[in-house]
Write a protein that binds this ligand. Structure first.
Ligand code: CA
Length: 521
């Protein structure tokens, strides 16, 4: 009887668990990340659209439950994490941070509730954020004095011109307006100007605040007057009447002071109305200058995923909903590639030999990352991996599903070329042991395996950690494994008890640098 054939700890099929493993959604076995890692995944990835295996609702409940348990265990730590990730702009969307902050403000102990509310203005930086927070918080608590004060201070602590700007730019979201919020919070104005502004918001009595007067004047202004108002008062696009947004003159005026985030979002429209178009050198130069301005990129907190979404849409010359079309300016496409790279934290290369492995299985082709149409986890993973490929001197790109496929990704490739390369690769089942097995079979020297995956592995005859152990022993290299989780599920192929393996969260802007640091450790 060969007992070892049925149970040993060195070569176990992925359909059977190792000690401490749990069954994943694909029917195989993975390690389970702790609730704090799941909280990070939720804050950075969100659960929009669910996953290949789990619907949006079930995935959200699982994540929310983990967040709730974290709040009960150490609410202050949760709030600190929310603030850190939100303020540094590490997530593509701020909604999960607002949701967890609202949960902490409603379900934490007294110290946590106070602490959460004290950070409201840091996490809810715009009117839209505030409306979203207010909508969420009502699901966890009522309008007690502490909540009224915190929301009231959001209005009271802002300089009047900045508050007026918020009021004309972000006017409603989720069924909430500033008038609704002011009626709930009842802040007591500190001075006459605040009082006048609140009165305008609630009753419509126009105050002597210039920005508000300009906003009101814009409602009935002629095209030329609008252009002048925009130039003088920096009125944002959101403050203009809808009809005005078909005017090239208006858009040209808007372009002059348009903040980076708005510029990236409106490239299609600016091109469609012919303001940023082939041969329009002044506007092209201005736009390229903005898109490649490192300081502006970092101040704006624009996230690489937002840039990637703009890049894929813009370079197709047609809007997602199909109604807008435009002529693509190659200089703008090139500039967006730079914006993308600059939107990550600076990376100091580790100089370590790095195998960059991309899970291209079916589950990674499902869904939309951060709600971006057409952006699947596997495409986003490839774009993310490019940061390592571009910065590290020694990298080996490899795709895998049920078989390994060396990939033609190199430093000089543009994101569109990367996406085309990804689209060529077939997908199938999932065997996350393949990167290590491939490296061993090819005697490839690897210090760090970086695997971009959802850890829903099930296909292989050996677990990824066992394959890594085998690689370490046979090659005599203490190789490490970094797992970049591309989905807010609770699974990982990294063994939490092995310090040479670590979990990272996909699309976290700090990941490329964190990978380099882990490699050097
Ligand atoms: Ca899969």
């Amino acid at each position: 009887m060969d007992y070892g054939k049925y149970f040993n700890t060195r070569k176990t099929p992925q359909s059977q668990p190792l000690p401490n493993q749990v069954q994943n959604n694909a029917g195989g076995y993975s390690f389970q990340v702790d609730k704090w890692m799941l909280l990070d995944r939720f804050l950075i990835l969100g659960t929009e659209g669910g996953s290949y295996y789990v619907g949006e609702q079930a995935l959200t409940v699982e994540n929310a439950r983990a967040a709730y348990e974290c709040i009960q265990e150490d609410g202050i730590r949760v709030v600190d994490r929310v603030v850190e990730i939100s303020v540094q702009g590490r997530a593509a969307k701020n909604d999960p941070a607002l949701y967890v902050l609202a949960m902490a403000a409603g379900t934490g102990n007294l110290a946590t509730r106070r602490y959460a509310l004290s950070y409201l203005s840091e996490v809810a930086r715009t009117g839209t954020h505030l409306f979203t927070f207010v909508d969420y918080v009502q699901q966890f608590r009522g309008w007690g004095r502490a909540l009224k004060n915190a929301v009231g201070n959001w209005y009271l602590d802002r300089p009047i011109e900045k508050l007026a700007y918020q009021a004309i730019k972000y006017r409603n979201r989720k069924g909430w307006t500033h008038a609704d919020v002011l009626r709930k919070a009842h802040p007591k104005a500190h001075n006459q100007l605040q009082n006048d502004l609140f009165k305008w918001i609630v009753d419509g009595d126009v105050p002597s605040i210039q920005l508000v007067r300009a906003f009101e004047a814009a409602k009935t202004a002629s095209e030329d007057d609008l252009v002048a108002l925009i130039a003088q008062y920096d009125l944002p696009r959101e403050a203009l009447p809808t009809e005005a947004l078909n005017s090239p003159k208006v858009w040209r005026s808007l372009l002059v002071h348009m903040p980076l985030m708005a510029l990236v979002r409106n490239l299609g429209k600016l091109s469609n109305v012919g303001v940023v178009a082939p041969g329009r050198w002044v506007e092209i130069e201005h736009t390229v200058g903005m898109l490649t301005n490192r300081q502006k990129i970092q101040q704006s907190r624009i996230h690489p995923i937002q840039v990637l979404a703009a890049l894929t849409t813009y370079s197709q010359g047609r809007g997602v909903r199909g109604s807008l079309t435009w002529d693509v300016v190659p200089e703008i496409v090139a500039a967006l590639n730079t914006t993308y790279e600059m939107a990550f934290d600076n990376v100091e290369p580790s100089g370590k030999k790095t195998l960059v492995a991309l899970d291209v299985s079916s589950s990674m082709t499902w869904g939309e990352v951060s709600g971006v149409p057409g952006l699947t986890p596997r495409v986003a993973a490839a774009a993310m991996a490019m940061m390592t490929i571009k910065t590290e001197p020694y990298t080996l790109p490899l795709a895998f599903s049920t078989e390994p496929t060396p990939m033609n990704l190199n430093k000089s490739m543009s994101l569109n070329e990367v996406i085309r390369e990804m689209e060529r690769i077939r997908f199938g089942g999932t065997d996350c042991a393949l990167p290590m097995l491939w490296a061993l079979e090819n005697k490839a020297e690897v210090d760090l395996f970086v695997v971009y995956t959802d850890s829903e592995t099930w296909y292989g005859k050996i677990h990824p950690v066992q394959a890594l152990q085998m690689y370490r022993e046979q090659m005599g290299i203490p190789a490490k494994l970094a797992v970049v989780g591309m989905l807010a599920n609770k699974f990982s192929i990294a063994d939490p008890n092995d310090p040479g393996m670590l979990d990272f969260v996909g699309f976290d802007t700090s990941v490329p640098q964190a990978l380099a640091e882990f490699a050097k450790m």
